[in-house]
Design a protein around this ligand. Structure first.
Ligand code: GAR
Length: 201
């Protein structure tokens, strides 16, 4: 299966996906990495592995929809079947979501529906929760509102800082995200209304 990863920053989740492809935990191939930031380290990670890395500059487009149409056309040109958002900090237009219905995944550093949007870890600490975690979900038009695929909890300690909690959540993300991708590739995710049923057999 042709996979595309969209990332705005550091790209540690991209790296986890690339590693899982290499170790054959994911039966797919990352054919392109796209970023909205020219200096995203994620682009460098892709180049290091000989994967095509594309910076698409949002400032060259009249708005979100026009920008997304360009991304969609780049994805279609490469026959991408699954779009993996890995720290891609833009809301997708309904055009994009409709073109890849239940074919766009996102990872978020909280147990959704708690603490959506920016700074999920900071929000969780500010609220003083005792448990947080991460969520892999399909993307819809809302902000982190799509059907949940996998979640895993992480303890929050009184001594935690944003960095220490983020580090613990990242460790889980890097395991959970490749698993969710492989479940989709293997046809183990079934939609029932807005519920995503996972066949773990
Ligand atoms: C990840 O922790 C991901 O959960 C978060 O961005 C980070 C990207 O890290 N995504 C969101 O907050 C989406 N709302 P990475 O660039 O090292 O993969």
């Amino acid at each position: 299966m042709h996979l595309a990863v969209l990332a705005s920053g550091y790209g540690s989740n991209l790296q986890a996906i690339i590693n899982a492809v290499q170790s054959r935990e994911i039966d797919g191939r990352v054919v392109v990495v796209i970023s909205d930031q020219s200096d995203a380290f994620a682009l460098q990670r892709a180049r290091n592995k000989g994967i095509e890395a594309l910076f698409i500059d949002p400032s060259l487009f009249s708005g979100r929809e026009a920008y997304d149409r360009e991304i969609v056309s780049q994805l279609q040109r490469r026959e991408v079947e699954l779009v993996i958002l890995a720290g891609f900090m833009r809301l997708l237009s309904s055009h994009f979501v409709k073109e890849f219905k239940y074919r766009i995944m996102n990872i978020h550093p909280s147990l959704l529906p708690a603490f959506p949007g920016l700074d999920g870890v900071k929000q969780a600490l500010a609220y003083s929760v005792k448990v947080s975690g991460c969520t892999v979900h399909f993307v819809d038009e809302g902000l982190d509102t799509g059907p949940i695929i996998l979640q895993e909890a992480v303890n929050v300690y009184d001594s935690d800082t944003e960095d220490s909690l983020l580090l613990r959540i990242h460790t889980v993300e890097h395991r959970l995200y490749p698993r969710a991708v492989q479940l989709l590739i293997k046809g183990k995710l079934k939609m029932d209304g807005r519920r995503c049923l996972v066949d773990e057999s």
